[in-house]
Design a binder for this molecule. Structure first.
Ligand code: N1C
Length: 221
């Protein structure tokens, strides 16, 4: 089979995978996406995986410009679903893209459950040296309510994964640094066999690196 046919088959498989059906849009458990996740499981990119929390814009600018690190949105499923809204509605078997519950309206909304499930799979596959970009302009860069804290960190485990390297993205007058208490919490809940590091990096430095195609990624921080 040639590459095009392989992709076509894959797309048909994904399209035909059972999707959450006629139901309350606030009652979609993350397990509803198990069949979809199993259909599209991809080989993990060891040593190149990038996680993030509250740094989405700069993270994607970075991965678009430099190909050294990959986020969940750089995988097939993450790429296709990023930015979409969808839901079912009681008593209808159609899919809707408007009038759906928002992220905070209810916990088990289909979009949130999807990202919870996809993030679980992505973090379970984490291997080698892993990077996370956190937002140093916040008082609590490691926020217990985030997907990164509530799901991903709990799935990180040695010996498959070796290290978690935090890149704390800061602006000039920020007071948050690597000593921040939420980052101590992160260090404390991490599998003790993982090596932990944290580095404060100016946002402007990352942006400069992004805009210079000659700068190798290893030089960005
Ligand atoms: O709750 P967060 O961040 O900590 O979630 C980010 C974390 C990343 O490491 C990703 O692997 O969880 C994964 N993830 C996505 O890949 C993703 N793409 C788009 C989580 N959320 C994702 N979104 C949307 O971003 C999602 O619909 C929700 O609105 C935000 C969550 O981002 P956050 O709070 O900054």
């Amino acid at each position: 089979m040639n590459e095009d046919d392989l992709w076509k088959n894959k797309c048909e498989e994904v399209w035909n995978a059972p999707a959450p059906g006629i139901q309350d849009p606030c009652d979609v458990p993350m397990e509803a996406y198990d069949p979809l996740i199993h259909t599209v499981s991809e080989k993990a990119a060891c040593n190149r995986m990038l996680f993030w929390s509250k740094t989405k814009d700069i993270v994607h600018q970075f991965t678009d410009a430099k190909k050294c690190l990959l986020t969940l949105e750089d995988t097939l499923l993450g790429f296709v679903m990023d930015g979409l809204t969808w839901c079912s509605k009681k008593g209808s078997n159609e899919s809707f893209t408007t009038g759906c519950p928002g992220w905070l309206d209810c916990e088990k909304n289909p979009v949130r459950s999807f990202w919870n499930r996809a993030s679980t799979a992505f973090a379970e596959s984490a291997c080698g040296n892993v990077t996370v970009m956190l937002n140093g302009s916040l008082d609590t860069p490691f926020n217990p309510n985030s997907i990164f804290a509530s799901i991903e960190v709990k799935k990180f485990s040695s010996p498959k994964m070796r290290a978690l390297n935090v890149v704390l993205v800061t602006r000039r007058n920020d007071t948050t640094n690597c000593e921040n208490s939420s980052l101590q919490t992160l260090r404390g809940i991490l599998d003790p066999n993982l090596t932990y590091s944290c580095k404060e990096v100016q946002r402007s430095r990352i942006l400069d690196c992004i805009s210079d195609p000659d700068r190798p990624c290893g030089d960005c921080w």
